[in-house]
Design a protein around this ligand. Structure first.
Ligand code: GAR
Length: 192
């Protein structure tokens, strides 16, 4: 059985979509563990509810983060690492150690509205302020540059003139919950 390790920093609704897809056998893999950088977040509750091991990493610096991640990932030995709303930069040594094995979901149509500072509602606010007529979500490989790795898949959604960042976020999130599990499924199938 293939093994997934998920990283999250927030409510974990994308994490939940992955849990659901493994439960209903859409994704043939086990979630070996969840890595978080905050304690009291929805993602942790979801993991506990489904008996998924959680590693809380609160390093003092990048070097320590690298060491903690290396140890944890060595233990869980994932076939694929999924950043599902993880808002901390992955150290370069980890990216080099897991080439083409780390993917991220971003709530915009990259390369637009990506990079440092573009996360969560800030992304949707920027899209609305720029009067874009469409937005969406992107799943991409993670490389050393923030939100710049090769794009794997995107899904567009319309932006309505009356949208607030919250309304747009909801519309995009709904698509994220479909796009991310489908990409995971495809990658795991390709590597069979
Ligand atoms: C998602 O919209 C995800 O695309 C975004 O954080 C949200 C997490 O929601 N990620 C980023 O902005 C990364 N730059 P969730 O915790 O409910 O899955």
């Amino acid at each position: 059985m293939k093994k997934l390790v998920i990283f999250a920093s927030g409510s974990g609704s994308n994490f939940q979509a992955i849990i659901n897809a493994t439960k209903n056998q859409d994704i043939h893999a086990v979630i070996a563990g969840l890595i978080v950088n905050k304690k009291n977040i929805g993602a942790v509750e979801r993991a506990q509810k489904h008996d998924i091991p959680v590693a809380l990493l609160t390093p003092d610096d990048t070097h320590q983060f690298e060491q903690q991640l290396e140890k944890q990932l060595h233990k869980w030995n994932p076939d694929l690492i999924v950043l599902a709303g993880f808002l901390k930069k992955i150290p370069e040594r980890i990216i080099r150690k897991y080439p083409d094995k780390i993917i991220n979901i971003h709530p915009a149509l990259l390369p637009k509205y990506g990079g440092k500072g573009f996360y969560g509602l800030r992304v949707h606010k920027a899209v609305i302020e720029a009067e874009e007529s469409e937005s969406g979500c992107t799943v991409h490989y993670v490389n050393e540059e923030y939100d710049k790795g090769d794009i794997i898949a995107q899904k567009k959604v319309p932006v309505q003139p009356s949208d607030t960042p919250e309304i747009l976020a909801k519309r995009v999130l709904k698509e994220e919950h479909k796009l991310l599990p489908s990409v995971i499924k495809n990658i795991l199938n390709q590597n069979n």
